[in-house]
Design a protein around this ligand. Structure first.
Ligand code: ADP
Length: 635
């Protein structure tokens, strides 16, 4: 009679956690046990390469699953290296090499549960679903077999047993069903198949199971479709596909293979715009990656629900479905997976975040994506513009996110609509086309390209043959402000500061005009009572009488955008009312300034309101505006 052995204290705690884990994570027990079986086979297989006494070749190795619905058992059997009595004691009696698992204090219990779900903790996960676990094992080279049995925290027993073949058999007796916890589910062929596909599809050895199937009886009558016409039979099926697509040689694979894999795995109806299959053997990281650029944004892409991330595998075994740390935010649209032998299956989420292997992989992946996108931009412009349409906003976020930390990484990937032919251009393209005397990269922020074209500020620039970038997405102007310049060329808003258009002579002239009309300009400012910081002579207008420019950092467009969000503090741009000295209205104002100050003030208010309307801003007092117009009309 064998004595009952106590579990070591920390194993006991882990076991306790397993037993009480939440239901949704329990399914990973199968993955853990299959991974152990596969590791054990690996060991014997490698031995067989140099040791003839093993007497097995690769095709002989397999993992066999069996379900007994009546006894409520699931058996996971391998013909791997097996365990001796000592090994059973040492490997299963304590948390063996799952050293990456860190114990947490009670108040962090929720996080523990998450670790279990995402990463598993090896053999003990069996206790999430089983009330009793039996491990029968015969080590390679031994003629005795032993059975390790445990019914939970109380301890375990080890006894000699009969077992003909080398290898290990883990027999789980499932817990009784309880409210919300239907363990019988795991006795279903279909469920087992699903779990193998989900987590263990790429285990290198076949995972087999007798699967119950139905077929028509040979002697069934042609028109008989009743139950009697059918019989059930069992078929031994291999459940996993074994060789992961990404491990195959690139020259064995066709574009359809990649595309079909993508559609099946990432639930998209459309082919991806691009796939990237990279095999990296570097000093910093060794991994295989399969990356996809979708051709359309998922419906929830620009919402909080969307979770970025790549699937993470450790030697073909899925350890995490969406590893966010593998993708920078500005490439969050990329789908795919990474497989690296350098990562431990039992690593915790917390440790993963600090794992330098993972960091090295993430860095290398970011570089790969960037260089592939640059190539696409250069050689497949049409595809790139499709990508831009779907994900451009996200890439632009990358410019100003984290206070511009990553702006250099994405600067060359940016596209903006240009006034020239209304086509998308890169910043390099813009700069290469700049006129000889052109000082700045001009941009105009507006709701749409059409509205930008109508703005008085863009007219003169276009007339001079300068290209203007039309910034029509909310993030655009913020991004440009963070960039400040491209190469040695500064960005300049068409509504901001000096556009650098004037010759010295023209500057002198403007200065003189300003001095001559100082009284009038001051009275306009006074009449507008704090709404503007200055009224001035404009050098950016051609046919329009007035426009609004801004003095500070916040533009009119930014004021509109920031104030759309009710949570933001209201902001106000510093507005400057600019007058076109060449326009007829200018001389009308000069005349009124000398003859009729009251009317002059009304006109000043009207000009300001018109400038607001042109900018697409609301006027503050529509009633007053209307009254003034009516007064004019009645004259
Ligand atoms: P890990 O797999 O991370 O080492 P586990 O708790 O899953 O942790 O397993 C502990 C140890 O038990 C393994 O390292 C291995 O030595 C041994 N073991 C588990 N399952 C098997 C098996 N099917 N065949 C042989 N050895 C096994």
């Amino acid at each position: 009679m064998a004595k009952t052995n106590e579990f070591k204290a920390e194993s006991k705690r882990l076991l306790d956690m397993m037993i009480n884990s939440i239901y949704t994570h329990k399914e990973i027990f199968l993955r853990e046990l299959i991974s152990n079986a596969s590791d054990a086979i690996d060991k014997l297989y490698f031995k067989s390469l140099t040791d003839d006494s093993v007497g097995m070749s690769k095709g002989d190795f397999a993992i066999d699953l069996a379900v007994d619905k009546n006894a409520r058992t699931i058996t996971i059997k391998d013909n791997g290296i097996g365990m001796t009595e000592d090994e059973l004691e040492n490997n299963l009696g304590i948390i063996a090499n799952s050293g990456s698992f860190k114990f947490k204090s009670e108040n962090e219990k929720n996080e523990d549960v998450d670790i279990i779900g995402q990463f598993g903790v090896g053999f003990y996960s069996a206790f999430m679903v089983a009330k009793k676990v039996e491990v029968r094992s015969k080590a390679f080279g031994s003629d005795k077999a032993y059975s390790w049995v445990s019914e939970g925290v109380d301890g375990y027993t080890i006894d000699e047993c009969d077992k003909a073949d080398t290898g290990t058999e883990v027999i789980l007796t499932l817990k009784d069903d309880a409210e919300n916890e239907n363990y019988s589910d795991f006795l279903d062929d279909y469920r087992i198949k699903e779990l193998v596909k989900k987590y263990s599809d790429y285990v290198r050895f076949p995972i087999r199971m007798d699967v119950e199937k139905s077929r028509r009886k040979a002697d069934a009558k042609e028109d008989d479709y009743s139950d009697e016409a059918y019989e059930t039979y069992t078929e031994n099926e291999t459940l996993n596909s074994m060789v992961p697509l990404w491990r195959k040689n690139k020259n064995e694979l066709k574009p359809e293979d990649y595309n079909n894999f993508y559609k099946e795995k990432f639930y998209d109806y459309n082919d991806p715009l691009k796939y990237i299959h990279s095999k990296v053997e570097g000093t910093a990281a060794t991994y295989d990656a399969l990356l996809y650029i979708p051709s359309q944004a998922p419906y929830n892409f620009y919402s909080r629900e969307y979770e970025k991330g790549l699937q993470l595998y450790s030697s073909g075994v899925l350890i995490m479905d969406k590893c966010a740390d593998l993708l920078p935010d500005y490439f969050s649209f990329v789908k795919g997976l990474v497989d690296s032998a350098d990562l431990s299956l039992n690593i915790s989420r917390e440790m993963l975040q600090h794992d330098h292997q993972l960091k090295a992989i993430a860095k290398s992946i970011e570089k790969t994506i960037k260089s592939e996108l640059s190539k696409m931009l250069k050689n497949h412009r049409e595809d790139y513009e499709k990508l831009w349409k779907a994900f451009g906003i996200q890439i632009k976020f990358g410019v100003y996110d984290n206070y511009g930390r990553d702006k250099d990484a994405v600067e060359d990937l940016l596209l903006f609509t240009s006034s020239a032919e209304k086509k998308l251009v890169t910043l390099d393209e813009y700069v290469s086309r700049m006129k000889e005397d052109q000082k700045y990269i001009y941009y105009c922020a507006a709701e749409t390209v059409e509205k930008a074209e109508l703005l008085p500020q863009t007219e003169l620039l276009r007339d001079k043959g300068y290209e203007i970038l039309y910034l029509t997405d909310n993030v655009d102007e913020f991004a440009v402000k963070v960039l400040m310049r491209h190469g040695d060329k500064e960005f300049r808003s068409v509504s901001e500061g000096d556009l650098g258009l004037d010759t010295e002579e023209q500057k002198e002239e403007t200065k003189k005009l300003t001095e001559d009309n100082k009284g009038m300009l001051d009275l306009i400012k006074e009449a507008l009572d704090g709404k503007i910081t200055e009224a001035k002579i404009s050098d950016r207008l051609k046919t329009h009488p007035v426009c609004i420019s801004n003095a500070g950092q916040i533009s009119l467009e930014m004021e509109k955008i920031l104030n759309q969000n009710p949570q933001n503090e209201r902001v106000k741009s510093e507005k400057v009312l600019e007058l076109n000295p060449g326009h007829k209205i200018f001389s009308v104002m000069q005349g009124l300034y000398d003859t009729d100050k009251e009317k002059f003030k009304d006109y000043a208010a009207l000009l300001y309101d018109q400038a607001l309307l042109i900018e697409g801003m609301p006027i503050e007092d529509p009633l007053a505006f209307s009254e003034k117009i009516c007064k004019l009309m009645a004259e």
